[in-house]
Design a protein around this ligand. Structure first.
Ligand code: URA
Length: 236
């Protein structure tokens, strides 16, 4: 079921200016950003996540190291609701086939689910507390789903427009943490440093060890895997 600008599966099509605001991005992007439904700006421009909360989201994603080309932006419900109220369960169900179609078409390996409705798409129920789910990572239908607060919630926490608020920084840190996990998988599993294979340094002398430690101090990120063998001070 591709985009249907003549959709009449629910009453939202009677009030929205842009009917069935479709996803932006696509393969080879592996990461889907899933929101609730278009707001006023998205309805006016016929594009997902282009208003204030979309801008906050895009800024946080860029700051975390993601480019727009890596992301598929889309929503659970494809039309603006009257006064931007939360879409009803019936509206979410009526729109479901569109998102299911997008999931088949793009086959994203990773989905960031922003807000209660996006999370409910995966769990079947609106969560009691979205914040309590932060940091979780679920494997559903062969993909990873990351429950996240909605960027509009982050916006409502206030703060100066030119500087991320505490909630904004936490939001960005969450994206960054999930992105580190994603990069590890994209680079071939097993704690691989972003952008490449792990660098192995063989130290034969104490001078080698000191040089390696100096080197380590200059690294931005470090993963440690300690192997021990023949511990002469612990015979067992
Ligand atoms: N909020 C959403 O959930 N989606 C959009 O596209 C814009 C705002």
């Amino acid at each position: 079921m591709p985009r249907n600008p003549n959709c009449n599966r629910c009453p939202l099509s009677l009030t929205a200016k842009s009917v069935c605001v479709w996803s932006e991005g696509g393969p080879p992007a592996q990461i889907m950003f899933l929101g609730r439904n278009p707001g006023y700006d998205e309805d006016a421009q016929d594009r997902p996540f282009v208003g204030r909360s979309g801008q906050l989201l895009r800024n946080a994603a860029h700051a975390a190291g993601l480019s727009d080309e890596e992301i598929i932006f889309t929503n659970v419900v494809k039309c603006l609701s009257p006064e931007n109220r939360p879409p009803t369960t019936e509206e979410q169900l009526a729109c479901r086939p569109y998102l299911e179609e997008e999931l088949v078409a793009y086959s994203p390996r990773f989905v960031f689910a922003f807000g209660a409705e996006a999370i409910a798409f995966w769990t079947g129920k609106i969560p009691k507390s979205v914040l309590a789910l932060q940091g979780e990572r679920w494997e559903i239908d062969g993909r990873y789903v990351f429950p996240m607060p909605h960027p509009s919630w982050v916006l409502r926490q206030g703060g100066p427009p030119d500087r991320p608020s505490l909630a904004g920084r936490e939001f960005q840190a969450q994206i960054q943490a999930h992105l580190a996990f994603i990069r590890n998988l994209q680079n071939g599993d097993g704690g691989v440093a972003p952008g490449g294979r792990p660098r192995v340094v063989l130290c034969r002398t104490m001078a080698d060890v000191c040089a390696a430690l100096d080197d380590l101090e200059r690294c931005e990120r470090v993963a440690v895997d300690t192997e021990t063998r023949g511990l002469w001070w612990a015979p067992d």
